[in-house]
Design a protein around this ligand. Sequence first.
Ligand code: PLP
Ligand code: TYF
Length: 396
Amino acid sequence: MFEHVPRYAGDPILSLVQTFLKDPRQNKVNLSIGFYYDAEGKVPVLDSVAQARDRIDVSAPAVYLPMEGDAQYRKAVQEAVFGADHPAIAEGRIATIHTLGGSGALKVGGDFLKAHFPGSELWISDPTWENHYNILGGAGFEMHAFPYYDAATNGLRFEEMLAALRQLPELGVVLLQPCCHNPTGIDPTREQWAQIADALAERNAIPFFDMAYQGFGDGLDEDAWIVREMARRGGAMLVGNSFSKSMSLYGERVGGLSVVCPTPDEAARVLGQLQATVRKNYSSPALFGSRVVGTLLNDPGLRAAWHGEVAQMRTRINAMRRGLRDRLQALRPDLDVDYFVTQRGMFSYTGLRPEQVDRLRDEFGVYLIQSGRMCVAGLFEANLDAVAQAMAKVMD
Ligand code: PLP
Ligand code: TYF
């Protein structure tokens, strides 16, 4: 029956993690998958999250959530993404649902757009998270890349990016990451974002923000700046968000999709179609994680504690960025490695070629993904020297 079904080659990132786990070397270092590790090299359980979890009555029956998710959770998502005092919330212009992580937001948002804007195609940064192609291509979109990463400067090809956006066809969907770009770690400045927003408005484009790393760049509020700014301007847009990293709740599948609409009437229509999209895909989201996140975010004390913990994670990542930069600078004064401290969030694009990535892994047990993306959140004091020494040997 299934002889014709081709073997799945595996997801490159997830397969690499399996290879890492099987590697018998004691001193191996995993800088591949996007996990935040603490100073001891462990995926943390945040204190604020543990406290919220302990408040949940686990003996309560696990009935189905509504298609759109729990109301308290959805309110918390809106306030986390847009800020509690955002005018678009007060005006009732945002339709928000619970999605299965940021990935679920991409899928539901993609299906929704494909159904209601069947002629639209999708534009995405070059490079981007590989799974964008799977999820949004899978939703049926013709996908195009716009210039983003500049290998020569390890920075942004801003003028070329803007020129491409200024030529978008009407109602083109543009996928953007508001902070901590995966895989490059390179974000536009606020001035550049403002120009991007103007270009999108001129072209009557549909912005689709994918915010998976809110809080890891400059702060929970700061990182959502362009999302909040564009929602204030009044145009329509989609925003997917995820608590996977910011709450270290990867497996609970806690995310959201918010569609900012010009009017409350449109928001009500859109909410209904998002419910219909969820119903067609998986009927309703998962219960437990949304209880934890809803409890945390709706309690001012826990919320403040969480803000503090996100700040600690961000500070630690930035310390590791400086630590790596300083060590590499000392070992290889011939190279400019300042990009490690200017790039933001969990990832840095190192510019290493595949054969250099292979050498790092085979000779030194240091795992990056093939594109040269490094998860800097996997660095900690005990592996920093070894990683810097290995990199200094393979860089050219
Ligand atoms: N979007 C980007 C850019 C990501 O890097 C990720 C996760 O790595 C996601 C979305 C999906 O996040 P989640 O695990 O919440 O589905
Ligand atoms: O490191 C990355 O970019 C990954 C992270 O369900 C990931 O692709 C892994 C599993 C998953 C969602 C994201």
